[in-house]
Design a protein around this ligand. Structure first.
Ligand SMILES: Cc1ncc(COP(=O)(O)O)c(N)n1
Length: 652
């Protein structure tokens, strides 16, 4: 890290927020972030909280007159007062976090009003903190309206999460000041360059985009953070539209799509393919008034502002504390260093992601973010091996399977962990096997497909039996019902196979007299055997590769088929119906349920591990039970590959 020297202009940032005695959020998170990013930090404290890794135990608000006194000390006197302290300290950017109450917001607003010529501090990042992760109210209800009316219009960037954006939108709809409301109405009725509806609940990625657009009518750029809602790959593809991003590009480059700009983590392409279909998408809307400089893309004015999507893998499970504070502080630090808003957001997200990945267990409850990861790894063990440089990969371009990343550090849910322990065989099953490629581009020999569909029909009989066994082994009425529904779904899939067979000219008689191929027997009876000799987790783990793998294949091939037909060179794929079945919503939700059930049986996030290290014997170091389960998953995946081989060679 390079700190400014006495001769250079120092980068400085000021935070106006609450103190978190546990050090994870608030002022403490902000100052650590500023420091780690090489920015000198100052603070104005609005409230002192008694807080730790388990939650907030108490809040002691600072009197608003004393908040004002702090502001006067660090920002200088108000306009018209004595100039004595005006430029004692200079701040490159300011952020606000927990503001606690209406009187405090009033004193900050009136201070800004008098201190800055247009009442707007330059580079002001507003994090609309309302409720802590642990559920403690950090902003009085009557203060929300004031914040929306008085402070948001003064901000450069506002960073709500989804619930905060919803609250703000509701206030805009109901009670916002008339001049603000008229701006919003103008957007809704399309009287400005860009039209958008005003959602009051945000349930999709396009709602997030609409809400960012509407909130930005108050003046600032708006970053709606997707951390509260995992976005599916399919949903992202839908928003990206026909110009699905392709081509060689390093991860830190902007990619253009018809609706705006995309910044995608390089690990994503594998995550999509590996059915880690859960994505964390943050949406930034930059109104046309906020020009972007420094080589970052910008729209032509006629389209209104710019939409930027930032995509990373969704980190399931643990709810980290202080993430909002840390992200907004990192954006503030970058703005203090003169970064443009989109690149400030991009680098802040990277900083936060690494802080989560390297979180430190400082006691009970939630681990604390590792704010100092760019500075020192002394507290978190030996330095991680540097990431080998991989050649630029095609982002979201399924024709060229991207290489697997050499290492994973993200804490993973159990199902992802299982996949990560057998990447080669998983990839062969879901992505690269010639049978799968042949279905995808429609070139598969129909005889091979006929053979496959008959065997798969037989497979499903046993697969449905095994799901019934899951129902038998489950304990609660709800789980029994769900497992029985899975058995029914498999039986329904069998009926669909009868239709497929008719379409592919396999008669019912032929189908009923089909002899079970050896590879089919091996696979189905292996799963049955796990169900009989093992416990519920063994059985569900053995069942997982099939249900999950077909969902991955379906998503992947559906996307590929769309790209092909949009490019105009796509003849009708004879296997389109098969692809649509497994890529379709109904099957995807069945697979999701199967996956969630396994993760609930093993509800522990597992550390990301080096894929290469598994090859060199790391698997042997896992606890025995975990090793057993990894082996069951790998074996069932390998048996899936055997099923493709059998169908490819039409081997009985
Ligand atoms: C002083 C203070 N400021 C902000 C938060 C919100 O952080 P989180 O939502 O992660 O709990 C907090 N808990 N404490």
């Amino acid at each position: 890290m390079t700190f400014p020297t006495a001769s250079s202009t120092p980068h400085t940032a000021l935070t106006i927020a609450g103190s978190d005695s546990g050090g994870g959020a608030g002022i403490q998170a902000d100052l650590k972030t500023f420091t780690a990013l090489g920015v000198y930090g100052g603070s104005v404290i609005t409230a002192v909280t008694a807080q730790n890794t388990l939650g907030v135990q108490g809040v002691h608000e600072v009197p608003s007159s004393f908040v004002e006194e702090q502001l006067r000390s660090v920002l200088g006197s108000r306009e018209g007062e004595s100039e004595g302290s005006r430029d004692v300290m200079l701040w490159g950017a300011i952020k606000t976090g927990m503001l606690s109450s209406a009187p405090i917001i009033n004193s900050i607003t009136s201070f800004f009003e008098h201190r800055y010529p247009d009442g707007r501090p330059p580079n002001y990042v507003l994090d609309p903190v309302m409720v802590s992760t642990s559920g403690h109210v950090l902003l009085a209800e009557d203060a929300v309206q004031l914040m929306v009316n008085e402070l948001v219009p003064r901000a450069t960037v506002v960073t709500p999460n989804i619930p905060e954006a919803e609250v703000m939108l509701r206030w805009i709809k109901k009670k916002v000041a008339p001049e603000v409301k008229s701006a919003v109405t103008a957007v809704e009725t399309g009287t400005t360059a860009q039209s958008a509806t005003t959602p009051t609940s945000i349930t999709s990625l396009s709602d997030m985009i609409d809400s960012a657009r509407v909130l930005s009518q108050l003046g600032p750029a708006v970053l709606v953070k997707g951390g509260h809602r995992a976005c599916s790959a399919a949903e992202l593809f839908e928003v990206l539209g026909s110009e699905t991003v392709q081509g060689e590009s390093p991860e830190d480059e902007w990619k253009h799509f018809s609706g705006g700009w995309l910044r995608m983590d390089s690990s994503i392409s594998r995550h999509l393919i590996g059915n880690q279909q859960h994505l964390a998408v943050d949406v930034l809307y930059l109104p046309p008034t906020l020009k972007v400089s420094g080589g970052i893309p910008q729209s032509n004015g006629s389209r209104g502002g710019d939409v930027y999507l930032f995509v990373k893998p969704y980190l399931h499970g643990q709810n980290f504390h202080g993430t909002g504070c840390t992200l907004s502080a990192a954006i503030t630090a970058s703005l203090a260093k003169d970064a443009s808003i989109p690149s400030a957001v991009a680098s802040a997200r990277n900083y936060l992601h690494a802080a989560i990945e390297q979180a430190i267990p400082v006691g009970k409850g939630i681990p604390s973010l590792c704010h100092f990861h760019p500075v020192s790894s002394a507290l978190v063990g030996p330095p991680l091996p540097s990431r080998p440089t991989t050649p630029p990969t095609a982002v979201l371009c399924p024709r060229v399977p991207p290489p697997l990343p050499p290492r994973e550090t993200t804490p993973m849910r159990f199902s992802d962990f299982l996949i990560s322990t057998c990447p080669d065989v998983w990839e062969l099953f879901t992505l690269t096997h010639p049978f799968v490629r042949g279905i995808g581009d429609g070139t598969l020999d129909p005889e091979k497909f006929r053979f496959f569909i008959q065997q798969d029909y037989l497979f499903l009989t046993h697969y449905a039996r095994c799901w019934s066994l899951v129902a038998f082994k489950e304990r609660s009425a709800e789980s029994i019902e769900k497992a029985s529904m899975m058995a029914q779904a498999m039986a329904a899939e069998q009926k669909l196979h009868i239709q497929f067979c008719e379409e592919w000219r396999v008669t019912r008689a032929e189908l009923e007299s089909t002899r079970e191929a050896t590879a089919n027997v091996a696979y189905t009876r292996y799963v049955c055997e796990k169900g009989i000799s093992g416990d519920l987790l063994d059985l569900r783990t053995a069942l997982l590769p099939c249900v999950l793998g077909y969902a991955v294949i379906g998503t992947f091939l559906l996307q590929e088929t769309r790209i092909a037909s949009e490019k105009g060179k796509g003849k009708v794929n004879p296997y389109a119906k098969w692809i649509e079945t497994y890529g379709g919503e109904e099957y995807q939700s069945v697979a999701q349920e199967a996956r969630d059930a396994v993760d609930q049986l093993f509800p522990i996030l597992l550390p990301g591990v080096s894929l290469a290290a598994f090859g060199s014997g790391l698997l042997d170091t896992l606890p025995e039970r975990l090793r057993e389960l990894c082996e069951v998953f790998r074996q069932a995946t390998a048996l899936e590959v055997g099923f493709w081989n059998m169908s490819w060679e039409r081997r009985e």
